[in-house]
Design a protein around this ligand. Sequence first.
Ligand code: NAD
Length: 248
Amino acid sequence: MSDSHINLLVTGALGRMGKAVIDCSANDDAIKIVHQIDVGDSLLAVLPDCNTVIDFSFHAFTAELLRACVDLEKRIVIGTTGHSDDEVKLIEEASKMIPIVFAPNYSVGVNLLFWMSGKASEILGENFDIEVMEMHHRLKKDAPSGTAKRLAEILAESRGLIYNEHAQHGRDGIIGERPKNEIGVHALRGGDVVGDHTVTYAAVGERVELSHKASSRDTFANGAIRASKWLQDKPAGLYDMQDVLELK
Ligand code: NAD
């Protein structure tokens, strides 16, 4: 599977991210946006004309998109977040047949934060309690953000813990003392915040914070476009932005 030119389909084209992808690829000679679709448009009517899909839509659309892309052997860059465990399994299955980049965050800075967070956790050790905090605009539909979830997964892995068992989403009531092996995950919503993420490592006597703040969706759009180019000569497989940026 290798093409010299990217004939792109943008799904979720009327959304905030879909529009950013369309704007950011407008002056890119390597990319031709052949079709753009949103709710109500037929995927199968347009997919044959394209070799690559960039998808920032809604998690419930992913199964249909995967089926069509596997049948017609198309590459996909999935930006959509909020998938259930079963939906993630579908992505993993499809990646045995087609090349897929699936990343909760396409910004270079956040991918550096992913890398640094794991390293900091290893260096600081178990005396530091870990909390992840994210803030997004009031229209965001899923929580916690895919990025916060990935951060918590990386932090859990660095301590030999399991995200589903050790993540604590918010706190309320008489909850008792903080268990040592807990990773707190907190989602703030409001205004037009594009995406803030902070990992706090708190010990007795000191605290370390690693933060990333996105101020424009173009950073995610440009990362997804970069991923779509990187994907062109790759075999079937499941890749993330750490692969694209060679941070692994
Ligand atoms: P949005 O609500 O502005 O846009 C989503 C668009 O998808 C809407 O226009 C909607 O009509 C469309 N859509 C929904 N179902 C569809 C379907 N079945 N077929 C085609 N189009 C469909 O949301 P947004 O802010 O653009 O974010 C979209 C997704 O991308 C969310 O899951 C968000 O969390 C995620 N996101 C990921 C990154 C990243 O870097 N990975 C960055 C920002 C947002």
